[in-house]
Design a protein around this ligand. Structure first.
Ligand SMILES: O=C(O)CCC(=O)C(=O)O
Ligand SMILES: [Fe+2]
Length: 313
């Protein structure tokens, strides 16, 4: 993904690990398995990868239930919508949709790394809403995530209509097998707390790493959890790394600690080594296919000026 472009408009992520953010879609090399589901490691791959859990790691504010999936038809429709509306030309791998007070704006980034930003109002619906298929999907997510989330986190993500209006940003990423996204914390000065991530088409392993150092400031834990954090936590040990497998159709939520104190990333690989059953010490290799992710975030007040006007490009 073009997550760390030089442009102000397109610099999506804080560079917690600047040295790691130079590349994002490294070709999978010695770890490539030769079957789509195999217990046999590919040549030379036996030690190069952690076994990914199929349960949620214990990171405060990370919510994921491997038994909760969006309805299959809904997932198929979403994938179809994204592929036909945004990714049919082959040179785009990222789409950002901004909900605005007055207009929607869409920016597209090409797989070559440069990003073109358009400032065309969405004339279809007076420009105040996300595309209808995403607005409808948010209603599905609200119901689906209700049993998984604490009340405060659910309210953070799906506020009642009588709360002050906020604007969402939706980023839709398209990954070919072998592509990933470098370690990052979603931009602190652009996005608020409460992030929803949806995997379509293919699963992948997402890696979480505890932020070391003091790059991430204290945050106000709006979800009411324990995430005010103590300063010592951010100097976490190098082994604070958790790999979790996100199957197609699954949904995760990051808030509090998970949103502010851990980076997330997807290694650019063509396959993942995942637990077959809970508690397994060994795993199976699972090939990746085309993955589309949909990520919903809150724009902080004032952050919705990003991408406007076009003359700033
Ligand atoms: O593809 C994903 O699920 C992660 C995307 C992501 O982290 C981002 O766009 O900030
Ligand atoms: Fe992210």
């Amino acid at each position: 993904m073009d997550c760390d472009s030089d442009s102000d408009l397109d610099s999506l992520f804080d560079e917690i690990f600047p040295e790691d953010t130079q590349k994002d879609a490294s070709p999978f090399s010695s770890c490539t398995p030769n079957t789509s589901h195999s217990h046999t490691p590919p040549d030379g791959a036996s030690t190069c990868l952690n076994l990914a859990r199929i349960t949620v790691p214990s990171i405060q504010g990370l919510y994921f239930d491997p038994s909760i999936f969006i309805p299959p038809q809904c997932a198929a429709d979403l994938m179809q919508n994204c592929m036909t509306q945004y990714f049919s030309k082959g040179n785009v791998n990222q789409v950002m949709l901004f909900e605005r007070a007055l207009h929607d704006f869409t920016s597209l980034s090409t797989s070559g790394g440069s990003v073109s930003t358009t400032t065309e109002p969405n004339s279809a619906d007076s420009g105040s809403k996300l595309p209808q298929f995403l607005t409808s999907f948010l209603q599905v997510l609200s119901v689906l995530l209700r049993p998984l989330l604490p009340n405060a986190t659910h309210a953070l993500l799906f506020p009642s209509p009588n709360t002050p209006p906020q604007a969402r940003q939706v980023i839709i990423n398209h990954y070919l097998p072998g592509e990933g996204i470098t370690p990052h914390v979603d931009l602190l000065d652009r996005f608020g707390d409460g992030i929803i991530g949806v995997s379509l088409g293919s699963g992948c392993v997402m890696r979480f790493r505890k932020v070391r150092g003091t790059t991430v400031p204290d945050y106000h834990d709006r979800a009411g959890g324990t995430g005010d954090g103590d300063g010592g936590d951010v100097k976490g040990a190098a082994e604070d790394v958790e790999d979790v497998y996100l199957p197609p159709g699954s949904v995760y939520v990051m808030s509090g600690e998970a949103r502010y104190r851990w980076t997330h990333e997807i290694e650019g690989r063509k396959a993942d080594l995942i637990q077959e059953h809970l508690g397994d010490e060994t795993g199976i290799w699972t090939d990746r296919s085309i993955r589309v992710s949909i990520t919903f975030r809150w724009l902080l007040p004032g952050a919705d000026v990003v991408g406007v006007p076009a003359t700033n490009e």
